[in-house]
Design a binder for this molecule. Sequence first.
Ligand code: GLA
Length: 384
Amino acid sequence: MNQLAEKFSEYFHLTPAAGAAAPGRLEVLGNHTDYNEGFVLSCAVGQNTAIVLSPLPGTQCRVMDFRENCEMTFDLADMDAPPPRNGCAYIIGMMNEMRKRGCVFNHGFAAGLESSVPLSAGMSSSAALETAAGFALGKLFNFSLDKAEWARAGQGVENNFLGLKTGLLDQFSSIFGKRDAIIMSDFRTVEVIDTLPLASGYVFVVINSMKKHHLVDSDYNVRRENCESAARKLAAIYPGVSTLRDVTPAMLESAADKLSRMELLRARHVVNECDRVKAAAAILRAGDMKAFGRLLYASHESSRVNFENSTPELDYLVELSRTVPGCIGARLSGGGFGGISIHLVEADAAKEYASRVCTAYKLQTGIDAEHFICSIGDGAKIFL
Ligand code: GLA
């Protein structure tokens, strides 16, 4: 943060007046359950996006991205224009959401931005940017929201400004993450309902398949529609059902003939995934890491056959995890259709494990996979 403040001062010849940092996140278990008002296990990662700000007279906003070494600008008068094709889209989107909630932007600002969250790696670099921007802008413009509402504002950027019908998971985890813990969240009440330990001696290794197919956004939105139409049909059979969160696996199977094949498969994934998350809480508390690992594998298998959001590359990474020593569970993580896999690995074996999986992956696919050994960090904070 100090370094960022120094770079900012050197570049803009201004003293920073506000600053905030927000981490990326890892979806540990609970795939596509958030927008079905279900349960998710997630954590904030050690990598952050940080922003410092100073007020500027007039309506110009200057944003210097020190990672890319490029400056972007926009004018307060253009906030309603379609999103620009650069990082400012997330900042302007957040400002729009803040404005809807009563924040007044009566002058421009200079912003310095730096991030260690890998881009397009399934660790929610966009949520980290939205959250850091929101927190820092809130400080500069004397505006605050409660934490869950900040998460909704970040989700609003995706839903209303960028056209992605994503749930709350990414921003929520970036805000509520706790160092060295896995948080269990309920996306109906929108709160953290449990904080669980990851047994010492294990780490998450993230391996990026480096493949993301083009239609990801529309695939995501279509999956969400399938889930919602399944819930509507089930609600007509079972009073009291409003989302898939309210459906048990037995209820679903006995109403199977009332749903289209797609609706049934998508709902099967979500409904069983919620059960897996609930089961995982007790398992983690008991420290039964092997049982937890089996839940990760079961989640991946359900993504592969029911939700159909895996890819041959992700399947191959998960298959490799069963043959390279050290790993006790693996799955795709995040939206899917490419992106990252997470592997629960004995800490001592993690380095060797990651390099052996990446070597085998390269031999099979020709692709150099990125990998990270994840540390679990705290949620977003205002530091200036
Ligand atoms: C993406 C979305 C989240 C969540 C996951 C799948 O990361 O942004 O809201 O739906 O996919 O669990």
